[in-house]
Design a protein around this ligand. Structure first.
Ligand code: SF4
Length: 239
């Protein structure tokens, strides 16, 4: 194994053990040898496209009745970093793409601040259909839709997850802890290191949270360099 592969293995092992400890306490159960597999090369684009065709007519919850578009997600099918938000809003439902409009533009600027282009990452939501009047997703809707997201993660196999907003963080971590308490520390989701930050739409309403988001994405970028290192090492701009 080279240095990067070792780092990945260490992160995944730490993530796996923490996840196991949360479930089983001090006892360790290793279910299968593949649990700590190293990353593989693959042709994710065609598999992801096929997967989209399989699920895009989903009728599992009542949100299917009101949607204009099923919003699968967008971005690089080979992305090392996946961003996960809450659910499509009005614009996303109209266009069929995640994070369009002002929140999407702000997300692009946040990514640019840590030297990422949108097409380097994959962006998805925990719900693929818009809740009426942009209300919060219901627990049951998240439960019904989660297999779609898990399928995407299984295909893309990202090395880091960043959740955007309280609903995504709480949904993935199955917790009711506040976003304030979840930010600033490393979590893991299905053995993948995960960080948490605010949703760009919330930042538009609460600009004072932008400085916290800056701390979160700096942590993300340092983790990316440490764990993956396929981009020039990042330095925060001098203020
Ligand atoms: S929100 Fe998810 S589970 Fe509900 S209909 Fe849409 S795709 Fe299916």
């Amino acid at each position: 194994l080279n240095t990067d592969a070792w780092k990945t293995l260490i992160y995944q092992t730490r993530c796996y053990l923490r996840h196991q400890a949360e479930i089983y306490g001090d006892e360790i159960f290793v279910k299968e040898a593949g649990a700590l597999d190293s990353p593989r090369e693959s042709n994710n684009a065609s598999v992801l496209d096929l997967y989209k065709k399989q699920i895009q007519n989903c009728q599992k919850c009542s949100l299917a009745h009101h949607r204009r578009h099923f919003v699968f997600g967008a971005g690089n099918p080979e992305a090392r970093l996946i961003l996960i938000g809450e659910a499509p809003g009005e614009e996303e439902d109209r266009v069929g793409e995640p994070f369009v409009g002002k929140a999407g533009q702000l997300l692009d600027r946040i990514l640019a601040a840590i030297d990422f282009e949108r097409d380097e990452v994959f962006i998805a939501n925990i719900l693929k259909c818009r809740p009426p009047q942009n209300r919060d997703p219901m627990e049951e809707e998240i439960r019904q839709c989660m297999p779609h997201l898990l399928g995407q993660i299984e295909i893309i196999r990202p090395r880091i997850i960043l959740t955007l907003g309280r609903v995504a963080a709480q949904g993935l971590l199955a917790t009711s802890e506040s976003l304030t308490r979840l930010r600033g520390r490393e979590h893991c989701f299905h053995n993948i290191p995960m960080l948490v930050t605010y949703h760009p739409a919330a930042l538009l309403r609460n600009p004072e949270w932008k400085r916290h988001t800056w701390e979160d994405v700096k942590q993300l970028r340092y983790m990316y360099d440490d764990l993956i290192g396929d981009k020039p090492k990042w330095q925060p701009p001098r203020m």
